[in-house]
Design a protein around this ligand. Structure first.
Ligand code: SF4
Length: 227
């Protein structure tokens, strides 16, 4: 598998926020979101065998929570899914961040999928979500919308209602997008949509979703890698 980085930090978004977590960041992405903060994953990376990745994970014991992310991890599904099965058998709790553009039906059901449905503000990546992946969602999974503006918020609210996301998934995340060139300050000024504005909209509309603030961008400088 082609790996960009593997490190331990705190999980920064989702219902696992704040928990110690090992991040396995895989190389490559087939989308180009306008606000992408991980462009360094688009190329490069180094090849590692499953044994080598497991050894790196074991060296970070006693952490038992692992998140596969990228890039788009499902581009390496052929190697990734057997590795997930192996880690689940070893007793780890697994998460995966994915755009949902690749088929998810073969992902082991025990994996907590965080599926990032792209909104219009994602630019070229908008509407990339593969609709049949709705059938692969379980109550372990969470659906995330990264929001740049009011139009994205309304798209997310419509998608949540139309597809009954709170009935088929374990939760919905609304996450303000960040500027592509944020200041080093750890403040909400770097968000393209003010979280306070988003909360006001959510309260006014009674939206059944969780505000998600990418806490790593407030603990460390927003552009810092490996955290
Ligand atoms: S799917 Fe993720 S890694 Fe790929 S372009 Fe979008 S934000 Fe960046």
């Amino acid at each position: 598998m082609h790996l960009i980085e593997l490190y331990k930090s705190v999980q920064g978004e989702s219902s696992f926020t704040g928990l110690p977590c090992i991040f396995v960041r895989l190389a490559g992405c087939n989308l180009r979101c306008a606000w992408c903060d991980s462009e360094y994953t688009f190329s490069g990376g180094k090849p590692f065998s499953a044994d080598e990745i497991v050894a790196q994970i074991e060296a970070l014991a006693p952490c038992r929570l692992i998140e596969f992310t990228g890039g788009e991890p499902m581009l390496q599904a052929k190697e990734l899914i057997p590795l997930m099965d192996r880690l689940l058998d070893a007793g780890y709790t697994l998460m995966m961040e994915t755009s949902g553009e690749r088929p998810l039906a073969d992902v082991p059901k025990a994996v907590h999928k965080i599926v990032d449905v792209k909104c219009p503000g994602a630019g070229a990546a908008a509407n990339s979500f593969r609709m049949e992946n709705l059938a692969a969602l379980t109550k372990r999974d969470e659906v995330k919308f990264v929001l740049s503006d009011r139009a994205d918020y309304e798209f997310a609210c419509g998608f949540i209602a139309e597809h009954g996301l709170n009935e088929i998934a374990g939760g919905v995340l609304l996450s303000p997008a960040f500027n592509k060139s944020p200041s080093p300050l750890r403040t909400t000024d770097n968000a393209t949509l003010d979280p306070r504005t988003l909360v006001e909209w959510m309260m006014a509309d009674g939206v059944d979703a969780r505000l998600s603030l990418q806490i790593h961008k407030f603990i460390w400088e927003p552009m810092k890698k490996g955290v």
